[in-house]
Write a protein that binds this ligand. Sequence first.
Ligand code: ADP
Length: 449
Amino acid sequence: MFDKILIANRGEIALRVLRACKELGIATVAVHSTADADAMHVRLADESVCIGPPPAKDSYLNVPSLLAACEITGADAVHPGYGFLSENARFAEILGEHNVQFIGPRPQHIRLMGDKVEAKRTVKKLGIPVVLGSDEAVSSDAEAISIARTIGFPVLVKASAGGGGRGMKVALSEDELSTALATARAEAKAAFGDDAVYLEKYLQRPRHIEIQVLGDGKGNAIHLGERDCSLQRRHQKVLEESPSPALNTARRDEIGETVAKAMRDLKYLGVGTVEFLYEDGRFYFIEMNTRIQVEHPVTEMITDIDLILEQIRTAAGGDLTVTQKDVKFHGHAIECRINAENAATFRPSPGKILSYHPPGGLGVRVDSAVYQGYEIPPFYDSLVGKLIVHGKTRNECVARLKRSLDEFVIEGIDTTLPLFRTLVRNQDIIDGNYHIHWLENFLAGGGMK
Ligand code: ADP
């Protein structure tokens, strides 16, 4: 096992990793930008190192600074959290070259899944169903038109290097396709430095259902069920739940086993998420994320498995603590991502938190790194915290979520709490009856006005 882990992240996920390390008796090193000197993860870590000025490219993405921090503190492993360098294969390799273990999959698997076209081709060969589309990046408008005619409109143009919903454009007809291609290419070039794009059939009313996997890198891999992340805005998840209101045990076991088998074939190491769209009873792979996800707590709540602990153990060469047979799903969990944004306009609202009272009680978990008097810096993402609620049934979970949201006080900044208070009272949400376009339709129809 590792002696000392450097956590190359900030905010709630840095704190989440730190908590797991403490429970394992592993010493912790926090890193921080000058803007985060007072952050909670810095206060709670055994040691901390300032790695640069506020912009992420000069601090949390600054590989030489992170290597120096490992060297100074003698850390023998790095946990990247999510975002920042968590899916950077080169970073994982560089750490390895310096005898520091990257806590995550092997670089070749990060690289493979980071190229979405390559990822689709690979998983298809492993028996996972994929969305209809081009098997390669499209090289010309003429080629794109011919593929779109075969798969049928509407089509979605997507960036091969994509992430965070960027570089994605819908074309409803042939007339719209060349504009969609040009816009997606320009966006992809700006965001990822790579303008390769590919085509997919655009599904009209699917749900987003993803499977959590866990592998020991030696050929054992299991699945921990699904998360339904269909409530989205601009292709970004807003609320997640498990189990999905759309699946039954047979469907879950079937897709879970298909995915677990593929991971065994790959000898996948650590945690990962295989994402699907689900429409008319069928699954369509869209991508795989080779890191811990923001929404991992809903899985933890219904399985009682600590995903960060499994990640650390397997990175150190250990076995999984559970077999597929040991995995039991109990009850229902829902997570709300509470952002420092206006709940109607979604305008970011950094600033000082004047009062902060999180909810509590049975089945309530708040993963957050903020506190009263904390000043949210304007440089990073706007996540203030995650409210995760568990209940024996979905109905109990929804009732618990409602009262927890009503208890939650965050003053001084705008947050998306009012959005969730509205959603939890909406009949479609209460019934679990929604798809990936539901929230945007609701907002466009004046749901928050
Ligand atoms: P990113 O890596 O940018 O997050 P994903 O491929 O994971 O991109 O897709 C993000 C979201 O975009 C999905 O959850 C879904 O809402 C939407 N999406 C992706 N592919 C399709 C598709 N073929 N049809 C309809 N919506 C899609």
